[in-house]
Design a protein around this ligand. Structure first.
Ligand code: DGL
Length: 277
């Protein structure tokens, strides 16, 4: 990490998915420093239990704090669904109440405003996110009367983590899951990609869904919600370093992470392997 990168914004995901969020955040807020952490060695999180996702996420947050981050974004729906509230309410007060951890579910639900005509929303997410009911609970709070149908796609993250996203096996699973969702509720006119890995399959999902269905992808939403957050919280914003640098950490080998991450970031990056515990 560069010497001047004293207080980067931490971005955490189980693997490569959070890069789809980081790319949009950097596009909107290029002046800040960013430290990305992908727990690739233990991905996917989507099929893991509540306790394990919470424990792994807390380890990642502590790691990012120890490297100077005062603000961490859980760029992972599964971690946001299963660990965010406990970390905010139980852990932060003892670790350091002046630090912040934010998630991606609330801003995504806020962005639904005005998008649906039928009031029928579809959700593609990991089994853990769908089972947690986090999206349903947020939607009920903000838009009573909207109907949410969740569909878990357990194969999508492994396809991406194993570099199969652009091969025919991915077409098969994307079609299978989009058909299942649209059969479950044919009145759906808006679909949330509720996993940060899924934008990597965007073109296949777009092709497989009826053209009239809106797709809500999280990168730009989370970026503008972060910009808004920083404007409303100058006490946090003033602690962030601004050299426009990014660094990348992974729990897998850097030799496998860096080339894949360079593809997703559309620019060459280097990374460092670390161990979380
Ligand atoms: N990208 C993450 C999410 O948004 C996690 C995927 C996984 O590890 O299963 O849910």
């Amino acid at each position: 990490m560069s010497q001047s990168m004293e207080s980067p914004i931490g971005i955490f995901d189980s693997g490569y998915g959070g890069l789809t969020i980081l790319r949009e955040i950097k596009r909107l807020l290029p002046e800040y420093d960013y430290l990305y952490l992908g727990d690739n060695a233990r991905a996917p999180y989507g099929t893991r239990s509540f306790d394990i996702v919470y424990r792994f996420t807390l380890q990642a947050v502590n790691e990012l704090f120890s490297r100077g981050c005062r603000l961490v974004i859980l760029a992972c729906n599964t971690a946001s669904a299963k660990a965010l509230r406990t970390i905010q309410q139980n852990d932060l007060p003892t670790i350091d109440p002046s630090r912040r951890v934010l998630g991606v579910i609330r801003p995504t639900v806020e962005a639904l405003e005005g998008l649906t005509r039928t009031g029928h929303i579809g959700l593609f997410a990991t089994p853990g996110t769908v089972r947690s009911d986090s999206y349903r609970l947020e939607i009920e709070k903000l838009y009573p009367g909207m109907k949410l149908t969740g569909h878990a796609c357990p194969m999508w993250v492994p396809l991406i983590e194993n570099n199969e996203a652009h091969h025919p096996g991915a077409d098969y699973f994307v079609r299978k899951d989009t058909n299942a969702l649209m059969t479950a509720d044919p009145d759906i006119d808006t679909v949330i990609l509720g996993c940060t890995h899924y934008p990597i399959l965007y073109s296949k999902i777009r092709e497989a869904l009826p053209p009239s269905v809106n797709i809500v992808s999280q990168g730009e939403i989370v970026a503008s919600s972060l910009a808004d957050y920083l404007t409303r919280h100058p006490e946090i914003e003033q602690t962030l370093s601004r050299t426009g640098a990014s660094a990348f950490l992974t729990t897998e080998s850097a030799d496998s992470f860096s080339p894949m991450a360079s593809l997703f970031m559309r620019t060459p990056i280097t990374s460092t392997q670390i161990t979380l515990n």
